[in-house]
Design a protein around this ligand. Sequence first.
Ligand code: SF4
Ligand code: SF4
Length: 486
Amino acid sequence: MKNHPIRGGVHPRYWKELASGQPIAAFPLPARLSLPLQQHVGAAAIPLVEPGQRVRKGERIALAPGAMSAPLHAPTSGVVHAIEEITAAHASGLPQLAIVIDSDGLDEWAELPAPLADPFAAPPEEIVRRVAEAGIVGQGGAVFPTAVKLGMGKQYRLDTLLLNGAECEPYITSDDRVMREHAAEVIDGARIMAHALGVAKIIIAIKKNKPEAIAIMREAARAFAGIEVVGVKIQYPIGYAQYLTQAVTGRETPAGRRNAEVGVVVQNVATALAVQRAVRHGVPLISRVVTVTGTAVSRAGNFEVPIGTPVAELIAHCGGYRARPRFLVNGGPMMGFQLPDENVPVVKGCVGIVALAEEETARQPEQACIRCGTCMDVCPIGLPPVEMAQLIRKDRLDDAARLGVGDCIACGSCAWACPSHIPLVQYFNHANGALWTADRQQRKNERLRQLAEARSARLEAARQERLAAQAARKARAAAPRQEISE
Ligand code: SF4
Ligand code: SF4
């Protein structure tokens, strides 16, 4: 299958060689695990346990309050130490409520749901139900509840499951290793997801800088009809779902719309592995493969890490730092975010931890825009970054919104390519944050206005009722006098 043309994109140095040769190793069980209640898109999970309570591995410890949420499960056996605020694994570093478990070292399993012997004979709803109960969210970092995506066959006319193995962020190699070491399970998970979606076609897209993964996945897929493994261009951000869909199928998803609207559902390869484990073995999402890398780390590697493990333990396990890190990033350096400190836990969407040394991050001084147009050429969405940044500088956020700043995916390509080293993406993140806050405030004001109007209407109705009652009382009082006079 040939690649279709796509707009823009850049070619950063990928640094994959630091960790791509390291097989996935089991990570030693930490003494304490912290599981934030909000590790997914949607409502936070609600704790089902209390401090002092003993839990076993795989036991559900927090429930999902709605479909757009995900439950949490204990990654090992032990005792709930506390339900308390910890520093969020987020750039904000704000406090976040988490269930903290002290491991008892026994790693004793709870009773798990019985495996589905033949998932392809089960109704799609049963697959979706099991995936929801296993707490699986998009493993590529988007953390969208997977069960919600698998239910999209009811809402949209779908024909293709696109499995994303592009892994276009520099440094990160977790998906590469998952495909090379768990190819059969990934293919099985993809087939189970395709069954849930009701589609016959599966395309597995892998960036061409992973030749081993392409070969191994092709071999694993050979026995099944309807699966195609496609090598895609070595270009950033080819792994962005809409971009990848266009590169592989030629279908363009309109801005602000879902991929499913063009008949394609995109899932990450690691999500396919998680689905396979949940459906075939009843195992919920309690661990994931994480790359620990960057030039500041002594020994890079890929590890199967229990969710909730402190990042500091990952770094220590890799021999600590060989150079003082300037940035510690969750995810890749292009779309990831700087961690507030090492004490935050690994969460469900963590593909990697990248410690960047001073020399990799040396910032060139910002200079004046030379109107070269490079930022427009590389933007995968077709936005005008230079115009948007100028408007944002003048605080004309509404005008920037009209130019499409809300469609910016914060891929960082424009800033990376700008010869004047203008931190363009920072402007767009700032503008989108401010626009989002303003929009929320506007919706809140509208809601308050509606509540005030409803209250006025209620008071008016009550006043009318009182007047009617008074009039009725007067009428009744007048009636006997009339009888007497008669
Ligand atoms: S960060 Fe936004 S504006 Fe810049 S290239 Fe990416 S999508 Fe375009
Ligand atoms: S790439 Fe940089 S210098 Fe060139 S037009 Fe865009 S903002 Fe200006």
